[in-house]
Ligand binder design. Structure first.
Ligand code: NDP
Length: 314
């Protein structure tokens, strides 16, 4: 496929708060950004109420926050394309960003493709995905009214998912591979206080999900004794961390061992390519930090374009 002849000043890849903030800032700087993002939903769009985004005293629904940010970027001239990016390479005067349908040209690139929920890779997990297996209790909890549910994981997400489920489900069983949680004390306490609703099975892993049309239960193995047993459940919620969406970047820019983009501030290993949000941040992973790094990447991109122009590079 021949590349498009039009070269954009900025291409932003991604659809979450990092990408949308980068789009807003570069649009307001009259750089007319093209925002390319695939069908996968960003994490905020999979969340219900966001209570910790400054400026919304009574909270705001995640999807609404994202929709507003997109409208705001559009108002200043950002253009959106709904296609998955499959690769980037250097090209004359900038970079070529490829999707299955198009090859877009950009002088500078901002990557904000986020991270996706990690899966266990066990039998039944894919088969029952959306039929009882979920990576977002906050989104799906209401579907499990008076049902038995299992949450896998021991971090803050697992606590958050368990609390969300406890409002609807008959019971929540947390299955954790260690004998202690890594979640913050405050989150653990909230969970452990709800003894009548939430119980914990320690030192145990889920090795299979089974059912007919929908999930009927999980097979679990005690890691200390090796004993295998079954647990009846209508739903299994995975809260075992995230994997950065960087597969399409392999060989193009430097990634760390976990696949996150290596950055100095928001600068990647390739001059003229910047990164923002969860794709470069395994630590903070907040909507507001994504917005912050999205802003930083946009300013760097703007200054980079100005420098290149002033230096007669394009
Ligand atoms: P974490 O990496 O903190 O926790 C992942 C959990 O999943 C760990 O308990 C880990 O076990 C377990 N796990 C990982 N892989 C597997 C596997 N293959 N099988 C079984 N268990 C597995 O991820 P979170 O998503 O919970 O949190 C990420 C970051 O986001 C953290 O910094 C957290 O503090 C933050 N966060 C904050 C919230 C809040 O404050 N409200 C809410 C949600 C997240 P092990 O402990 O054995 O390694």
């Amino acid at each position: 496929m021949a590349p498009q002849t039009q070269i954009r000043e900025v291409i932003v890849i991604g659809g979450g708060m990092g990408a949308l903030t980068a789009a807003l800032y570069t649009a307001r700087a009259s750089l007319k950004p093209l925002v390319v993002s695939g069908k996968g939903l960003d994490q905020l769009s999979l969340t219900s109420e966001v209570e910790n985004y400054p400026g919304f005293a009574n909270g705001i629904m995640g999807p609404e926050l994202v929709k507003n940010a997109k409208e705001q970027a559009k108002r200043f001239g950002a253009e959106f394309v709904g296609e998955d990016v499959i690769g980037i390479k250097s090209a004359k005067g900038g970079f070529e960003v490829s999707t299955l349908k198009n090859n877009f040209l950009g002088r500078t690139i901002i990557i904000a493709t986020g991270a996706s929920a990690r899966k266990l890779g066990i039998p039944g997990e894919e088969k029952f995905f959306g039929k009882g297996v979920s990576t977002c209790a906050v989104c799906d909890a209401a579907l499990f009214k008076d049902k038995a549910t299992v949450v896998v994981g021991g971090g803050d997400s697992a606590m958050e998912e368990s609390l969300a489920l406890s409002k609807f489900a008959k019971n929540v069983t947390i299955v954790h591979r260690k004998n202690e949680f890594r979640a913050s004390t405050i989150m653990q306490d909230r969970v452990l206080q709800l003894k009548d609703k939430i119980s914990v099975i320690w030192d145990t892993e889920v090795i299979e999900v089974f059912g007919d049309r929908f999930v009927k239960g999980v097979r679990i193995r005690n890691l200390k004794k090796g004993s295998v047993s079954e647990l009846s459940a209508d739903g299994m919620f995975l809260a075992i961390g995230h994997i950065p969406n960087t597969l399409f970047l392999k060989g193009f820019i430097d990634l760390d061992d976990a696949g996150y983009i290596k950055v100095a501030g928001v600068k990647t290993s390739v001059d003229g390519v910047f990164a923002a949000g969860d794709v470069m941040d395994p630590r903070y992973r907040q909507a507001v930090t994504s917005a912050g790094t999205g802003c930083m990447a946009a300013l760097e991109a703007e200054w980079w374009v100005e420098r290149m122009k002033a230096g007669g590079k394009f």
